[in-house]
Design a protein around this ligand. Structure first.
Ligand code: SF4
Length: 419
């Protein structure tokens, strides 16, 4: 019996609007079964393919897989002249690789159910365009079932989630934590930056508590009490928070060099000029002066110093977009465990909150765009990497994030880039 797919409680719309971004930006690896199925469709001899092989080997000899090939203009070899998929057009949706069918949805195993997240790099998801996600329930159930078969996880019991080293809670209690944080993010009486700083303060208190004897209703009460009690501890205005220290700034900029980076597709940045240019860029990000290296193709001529200038409070419309983004990530659980480099719950939540200063920083860098547009574009770029760029999951990066958090730098960065 397949696991049920839980409907999203967050109001989020989506439908594919055929921009073809995903068919140009992503390298889609296929399983052996998917390759065998597509091989039997006869593409190798199809004149529409113009002699380009359908697959290419991706990775090392022992760890790689075949992936869909791309043409010289960077688009998927199956992208047709009308902006559609050749496989879909000829054989139907089920004939495509599962990764293509599922995008931009993300499936997160959560206890005995699937939760659904979305990749905000898709412009339709970021801009909330299309039908409510609840109207996609039938497809989502179909994808989840296919995923269970493909990943061999059908009927497998899930271990209790880990909050932090040596501490785990039942899935029902984890849901209470998530609901509490969703509530903090939804609190419209305060600016979003304050709500996020409050979340960090609550996380800190929860890390120090033990939940062995607190569960269910008692846990709910506990979370209400600390949620209310912490309000006085969190400085009301960002100006009252000390600026990030030099070490906080360096570590943050090094993370930004990864968060903003794109190495493939039409937005590819300076990585096209080779490894030595990337090393130079890493040095510039550590140094933090002069022109920002265009690690993403959209980064214009902008200096590190320019990005530090205040730009004023977040526009109302952008607040709504970011609240939706954070609530959806929270509710889906798309921030810890297998969907975010095996981060334990608290660390994963901190890494999600850290995307806020990253989005603010990058939106300032994209100063050639109107502010609300720059914020959406920055969110798309940051979310493209969040949970997917293996560099963010590296041991080095996890240590870097942990130092930022332990020193209180993340709250400082949130406040600093909210001025
Ligand atoms: S990026 Fe989103 S809107 Fe664009 S083609 Fe892909 S799924 Fe459709």
């Amino acid at each position: 019996m397949p696991m049920p797919v839980r409907s999203l409680p967050v109001v989020q719309n989506w439908d594919c609007h055929g921009c073809t971004d995903c068919c140009r930006e992503y390298r889609v690896q296929v399983t052996d079964a998917e390759k065998a199925r597509i091989d039997t469709q006869g593409w190798a001899d199809d004149p529409a393919m113009k002699g380009v092989a359908p697959f290419v080997w991706d990775g090392g000899w022992f760890s790689g897989r075949y992936r869909l090939n791309h043409t010289s203009d960077g688009s998927c070899v199956f992208l047709n002249e009308q902006g559609g998929c050749r496989i879909h057009a000829k054989f139907g949706s089920a004939a495509k690789p599962l990764a293509c069918r599922v995008f931009p949805f993300v499936f997160i195993p959560f206890g005995n159910q699937w939760r659904v997240g979305l990749r905000f790099v898709c412009p339709s998801a970021a801009n909330d365009l299309g039908r409510p996600v609840s109207e996609h329930q039938a497809e989502l159930r179909e994808y989840a079932e296919a995923l269970e078969v493909q990943e061999g996880i059908a009927g497998r019991a899930m271990a209790a989630p880990i909050l932090q080293k040596g501490r785990s809670v039942p899935w029902n209690d984890l849901d209470l934590f998530i609901r509490a944080f969703r509530g903090h993010i939804a609190d419209e009486r305060r600016p979003l930056e304050w709500r996020l700083r409050k979340c960090l303060a609550v996380i800190q208190l929860c890390r120090e508590a033990r939940f062995d004897a607190i569960s269910g209703d008692r846990l709910r009460e506990f979370l209400e009490v600390i949620g209310g009690g912490v309000n006085e501890e969190v400085p009301a205005r960002p100006e009252a928070v000390p600026p990030p220290s030099w070490i906080g700034r360096i570590l943050f900029r090094q993370t930004m060099a990864i968060q903003a980076r794109v190495d493939k597709g039409r937005y590819r940045g300076i990585s096209r000029h080779g490894r030595s240019t990337l090393l130079w860029a890493a040095w510039k990000f550590a140094q933090g002066t002069g022109r920002v290296p265009a690690v993403h193709g959209l980064i214009p001529d902008v200096s590190f110093e320019q990005i530090e200038n205040p730009v004023g409070p977040l526009p109302e419309a952008s607040t709504k977009v970011l609240v939706r983004y954070f609530q959806l990530k929270l509710d889906s659980g798309q921030f810890f465990g297998p969907n975010n480099f095996q981060h334990q719950f608290w660390d994963g939540l901190v890494s999600l909150i850290q995307t806020y200063p990253a989005i603010m920083w990058l939106s300032r860098a994209l100063h050639h765009l109107p502010r609300e547009e720059a914020l959406i574009m920055a969110m798309r770029i940051v979310d493209n990497n969040f949970g997917f760029n293996p560099m963010l999951g590296s041991r080095r990066q996890k240590i870097c994030s942990s130092i930022l958090n332990r020193r209180g730098e993340i709250a400082r960065l949130i406040a600093w880039y909210s001025r």
